[in-house]
Design a protein around this ligand. Sequence first.
Ligand SMILES: [Zn+2]
Length: 283
Amino acid sequence: MEGPLTRALAEQLNELVTGKPLERILVPEGRWQANMLLLNCVGQVIQRVRSHGKWLFFDFSHGVTWLCQLITRSKWEVVSATEAAGFARRAKRRPLLTVYLRNPGGGPPFAAVLSGRPIFYIVPTAKVWSHPDISAMGPDPLATATFHDVFPYRLRQHPQRTIAAALLDQETVAGLGNMLKCEILYATRLWPGVKVASLLASQIDFLAGTVVGIVATAATFASKNQTFPWRVYDRAGLPCGICGGEIAVDRRGGDNHLTWYCPACQTLGKEPLLFEETEQGRS
Ligand SMILES: [Zn+2]
């Protein structure tokens, strides 16, 4: 789940679960190693749910934090206590974690349910930023006030990498996935295969501003539960909104992913080719 969706989920969960005492935690038998640590959270209150990059942080009142990254179709759902009891009886996709919460306002009890195969850690809140998965993370354009200062240094750490590979590295910028990578490159007109070393400082500053802008826009769409209007991602063969040419898709980003881009618009940093590659030339 990319950063903007994670942020929208954090805000939604924050609104629903913050300040509600945990009544009970259900863990499937034999599947979960951390039962004792989890059970210590019963009777405690979640103080805040926040996000950085693709990570959710659940900060508890007693100084414990749950760290959760939703990968491979895992998800959090907030449902009524009755629905949660139904989930527990499901044959497939049985929840990993069912957290029953009390409604101090007197409303009916409800539950936050985690299913799938997420990455999940329970750590002392004071040690969150020394956790190896968290401490290495780069700045989050949605959460890091100093993003514009930190990003250029992180980017320059690996000058021989392509810009496409750099944007996907969570240690350079936290929260980007392949979809946002394509949109950011399109908005900057950068050729996906351009090497970081060949970028000018002014181009990196423009890139930083574009990352912040596109991620913020995507977060707004995500918080309204609307689909982001992708301009290049997954649009191979369709006309480019700027020049009308065909959007292409290939692996020229050198990042082990496909990159969707406009060959006519995204020429910044492209090396001139001695022999223009054609369909015939490749066969
Ligand atoms: Zn174009």
